[in-house]
Design a protein around this ligand. Structure first.
Ligand code: ATP
Length: 572
């Protein structure tokens, strides 16, 4: 019952329209009652030789058919419109939620699973609003109406039939839990196939490069097989349930005819022939109520499983709007990081007691071996994760004094492999600043050494870049990302220099674009180019989550430590 209530709650704002639609369509189910009444009138009329009674009943039947057709038409329109509205609202809610959930939740889940929740699971919910709830409500209404009418016609027959149907409901209800469990499994398995599909799309080039086609096909086949197994299990349960229902239905009909015949033959029945036919008709409604209701309740379990998964998504922890409170710092530098420690999983320490500062307009380069914690420092500065210990301040204000949004407006971040959205070049640059004018976009592209190549594209700034910028080279994507950062014009830059080497010409263009971007800005750069490192005010060597050396290029070289080793590798 709670599950059905939850499904109805999806219709918030559309409930009245949906309920009217439900009533209209349910009226169609109530035709059992009308037809039973007409049978009663026609057959008792025939026996009484009353032609006008028979004719009136026939006219009534025609009028009823016409009336019900109109009602069903209106009902379907109302149900469809309100369901589509509710479902598109839910889709938008899930989409917005995905924009808000913390990066931790994003990294823990698989993109395919998220996609499956917003597509497969919501689709099931749509079906439950347009089909399952309709079936349940209609069945419920017709059942109650038929039972009431049967009691009015003959309470003894009604009581006998009711008892028998209650027993059949008890038998059907044995299938509720297994059906819910197997539907749950089907939705989860479906989600894992979406995950596999998402992998082959995002990893298409790796699959081709390493010739993983067969491996991926086998992996998908396995997942597909497990979907097949889960669906087969559900089909088995449903088949047994349907078979049993069908048997009970037939048994009940034969039983009723037998009992009614005995009553009539022994002339013990206190009902007319018309009433027998009417009750026979009504029994159909009662059977639907007791048997199909069980069947529909089992069907709706599929939507409860989908609803659980969508609700799980909607209840995921959102990114906090502010940093958590930190011990105050008295430091007016553009960035001050003091005694910061951090772990992704609360057990393995990734950053251990890190402290450094960057003066306004200064440049700090972070270098060190892979996995040392360089990118993690950026994630903390950007507020994507919060340190467990220590403090971070920006321009003399504590991180927690800013909202996360205003904090991010202070920073422009250019990652190693910039993400471009599937849109035009112009759109991708303009993401740096709301309402960026064409002039600002062109000026930024010029400063990022991107204007010339953009102008030579087929549609210039209106050229589509493809998914993740697939139509552009690595250097071109970087320059567009730099142009995006220039448009943002944030006082702090976080730059992650690409490790992959570009050809000489492209390398020069990107380096030059970086220099233009860094003018008059405070910059922290994860550096891999010797020239960048040498030109920084200060260099931090990060290894195993600690700053093991710091100073400028000359100072570090005189120490003959880890930096000297890195330097000789880079210059060698
Ligand atoms: N989202 C995450 N969840 C759990 N552990 C993570 C996550 N991201 C990184 N790590 C771990 O944190 C450590 C530091 O990673 P980080 O990416 O900061 O290193 P890095 O110095 O930037 O490496 P690289 O130069 O290869 O990019 C690594 O051991 C890595 O496995």
């Amino acid at each position: 019952m709670q599950g059905i209530k939850n499904l109805y709650s999806l219709l918030k704002g559309n409930r009245l329209r949906y309920s009217i639609g439900l009533v209209c369509i349910s009226m169609l189910n109530l035709n059992q009652i009308f037809i039973a009444t007409i049978y009663l009138v026609i057959f008792d009329g025939i026996i009484a030789q009353d032609i006008s009674l028979v004719l009136n009943a026939v006219y009534g039947l025609i009028a009823l058919t016409f009336f019900l057709t109109i009602l069903v038409l209106i009902g379907h329109i109302l149900i469809r419109v309100s369901s589509i509205k509710a479902i598109s609202f839910l889709r938008a809610k899930a989409f917005n939620k995905m924009l808000k959930i913390s990066i931790q939740n994003h990294s823990q889940g698989h993109s395919g699973d998220f996609i499956s929740r917003v597509t497969n699971d919501i689709q099931v919910l749509e079906k439950s609003l347009t089909e399952y709830l309709l079936n349940i409500t209609g069945t419920f209404l017709v059942g109650i109406a038929c039972i009431t009418y049967m009691f009015i016609l003959n309470w003894k027959l009604a009581l006998g039939l009711l008892t028998w149907n209650l027993i059949t409901l008890g038998i059907s209800s044995l299938f509720i839990n297994p059906m819910k469990e197997s539907s749950d499994k089907v939705q989860k398995k479906l989600s894992s196939t979406t995950t596999a599909i998402s992998d082959i799309i995002t990893g298409a080039s790796v699959i081709k490069l390493y010739n993983l086609k067969n491996k991926m096909a086998r992996r998908y086949e396995q997942k597909n097989k497990s979907v097949y197994k889960a669906v087969s299990k559900r089909v088995e349960i449903s088949a047994v349930m349907r078979g049993l229902n069908s048997f009970l239905r037939t048994f009940s009909a034969i039983g009723f005819i037998a009992i009614a015949s005995i009553f009539i033959m022994k002339e013990k029945g206190d009902f007319t022939f018309g009433q027998v036919l009417a009750i026979n008709q009504l029994q159909h409604g009662v059977r639907i109520f007791f048997q199909s209701l069980g069947e529909f309740l089992n069907q709706v379990q599929e939507s409860f499983a989908g609803l659980d998964r969508v609700n799980e998504l909607l209840e995921m922890e959102e990114e906090p709007t502010h940093f958590k409170k930190m011990p105050a710092l008295n430091n007016n530098n553009a960035i001050a990081v003091e005694n910061v420690s951090f772990s992704y999983n609360c057990t393995d320490t990734v950053l251990n007691n890190i402290s450094f500062e960057v003066r306004e307009g200064g440049t700090v380069a972070i270098v060190g071996p892979s996995g040392g914690g360089k990118s993690t420092i950026f994630k903390l500065l950007l507020g994507l994760y919060q340190p467990q210990d220590g403090s971070i301040s920006y321009f003399g204000e504590m991180g927690h004094d800013y909202s996360i949004d205003s904090l991010r407006s202070l920073m422009a971040y250019v990652p190693q492999d910039p993400y471009l959205f599937n849109g035009t070049v112009k759109e991708n640059i303009s993401y740096g600043k709301k309402d960026a004018s064409d002039c600002e976009i062109f000026a930024a592209a010029k400063a990022a050494n991107a204007h010339d190549f953009i102008s030579s594209l087929e549609n210039g700034y209106d050229t589509m870049v493809g998914e993740r910028g697939i139509f552009l080279s690595g250097g071109q994507k970087q320059r567009i990302a730099i142009a995006r950062a220039i448009v943002k014009d944030a006082p702090i830059l976080l730059l992650d220099e690409a490790t992959s080497s570009l050809d000489n010409e492209s390398e020069k263009l990107v380096q030059n674009a970086f220099s233009n971007l860094m003018q008059n800005k405070t910059t922290v750069i994860i550096a891999h180019r010797l020239s960048t490192i040498k030109n920084s005010d200060s260099i931090l060597v990060v290894e195993h989550g600690q700053i093991i050396e710091r100073g400028n290029h000359d100072e570090l070289l005189t120490r003959a430590g880890v930096y000297t080793g890195l330097y000789s590798k880079l210059s060698g």
